[in-house]
Design a protein around this ligand. Structure first.
Ligand code: XIL
Length: 391
């Protein structure tokens, strides 16, 4: 389907080939469950509490050394620990939309086939990443013609309809819109699409309404990285304003995706973990859930920049910080899905995006480069096992 519009026939053919079993959240195959549950995978532990655990995974050709479906060692970790997966990049416009009327689903389809073969559920990420940096170049340079708002709307609706129809019955939860704000000022970041349509709100509302029209029963999520670290107040306030606006305008958004790229920049002497605005964060989550939104942790990882070089000390610090964060998040019954943004350190995006000052690798994922679990994995198991059960 590379370089060609997707016809209805192709869409239907894609569907029957890709259709997953109706059982959402199929149990990720487990390794030898013991009576105590000690050897269970994270998803199995989660399931007992009405939760699900999953991870991002990329596309890679068989044998590739990456956090992908092509790496047998990575697959083994994912199949042991996860009940659902999310494509790291393969559903984004940069991957699927090489031109205004062209689609390419080859890489993402391979991930969906993999999920199907393993009984893994799959989340959609993302129908619209509203950042010029993450748009294909053609979008940033697009000539919207004489009726820019109409043409911009066409680009958005055609994209969302094409993707959601193709994976109808397969994907039940989508990050419809991702990252609308400048994290310092809390102001909207424009794209050529929002400029053409007149406002970011117009784009976002259109995206959610289009997704809802296609998927009456799916979970529609606004996803962003506002978090509990100091300095994120404006970002949190902006997201709250957005979610309030959705409710006032009747924008069909069901849940907030809390990306959860949590970070230890400085260590708080009193608690011994990364500084964080606990009260402000609880207030934020209370207000979000108070408006009736569900919560998902969509991209969990831990930046360890503030911790010492020593691996054992770092791993312990990461596990402790993660525990403090997860205890807060798991206290919200509205939270059901927890997805790591990758399972193995060396394949994490953070190695490139958030390098440590000392040049050492981040120890940011549940598993180390030797494919052995970090203390973070044990902390997750413990947290999930002791989480309050969901109805
Ligand atoms: C990241 C991927 O992990 C990278 O491989 C890619 O180069 C950039 O995007 N927030 C998101 C994710 O919503 O899509 C991002 O994923 C990480 C931050």
């Amino acid at each position: 389907m590379t370089g060609a519009s997707v016809t209805r026939r192709e869409t239907l053919a894609g569907l029957s080939a890709l259709s997953l079993s109706a059982c959402a959240g199929g149990a990720g195959p487990a390794v030898g469950a013991s009576p105590s549950g000690a050897a269970d995978g994270l998803h199995q532990i989660a399931q007992r509490k009405g939760l699900r655990f999953g991870s991002a995974i990329a596309y890679g050709a068989e044998g590739s050394d990456s956090g992908s479906i092509g790496n047998p060692a990575y697959r083994k970790v994912v199949e042991r620990e996860c009940g659902l997966i999310v494509p790291e990049n393969e559903m984004k416009w940069q991957a699927t939309r090489p031109g205004p009327d062209q689609y390419n689903f080859a890489a993402f389809d391979a991930i969906v086939r993999y999920a199907k073969s393993k009984g893994l559920d799959i989340r959609g990420h993302t129908l619209l990443w509203h950042r010029p940096k993450w748009m294909p170049a053609w979008v940033n340079n697009y000539d919207y013609g004489a009726r820019p708002a109409t043409e911009a709307a066409r680009l958005v609706t055609s994209h969302i309809e094409t993707v959601t129809r193709r994976y109808s019955g397969v994907i039940h939860s989508y990050d419809v819109v991702n990252e609308l704000f400048d994290d310092q000022s809390g102001a909207f970041v424009d794209t050529s699409i929002s400029t053409a349509m007149g406002s970011p709100e117009a784009v976002v509302d259109l995206a959610f309404h289009t997704a809802r029209a296609e998927l009456p029963d799916a979970e529609l999520v606004y996803n962003d990285y506002m978090s509990w670290e100091p300095g994120m107040g404006n970002h949190r306030a902006a997201v709250l304003r957005l979610l309030e606006g959705f409710r006032k305008r009747g924008t069909p958004c069901d849940a907030l995706g809390v990306q959860s790229h949590i970070e230890m920049r400085t260590i708080d002497r009193a608690t011994g973990i990364g500084t964080h605005d606990l009260k402000e964060w609880r207030d934020f989550c209370d207000q979000v859930t108070g408006m009736g939104y569900r919560l998902l942790l969509t991209e969990l990882d831990v930046k360890d920049n503030g911790l010492p070089a020593d691996y054992a000390a770092r791993d312990a610090g990461v596990a402790k910080y993660l525990t403090a964060y997860m205890e807060v998040m798991l206290s919200y019954p509205q939270l059901r899905d927890i997805l790591a943004w990758g399972m193995v350190d060396k394949y994490s995006w953070l190695q490139g995006f958030a390098p440590r000052a000392d040049g050492l690798p981040q120890r940011c994922c549940p598993y180390g480069d030797d494919f052995k679990p970090h203390p973070m994995r044990a902390a997750l198991a413990e947290l999930l096992a002791s989480a309050p059960a969901r109805a």
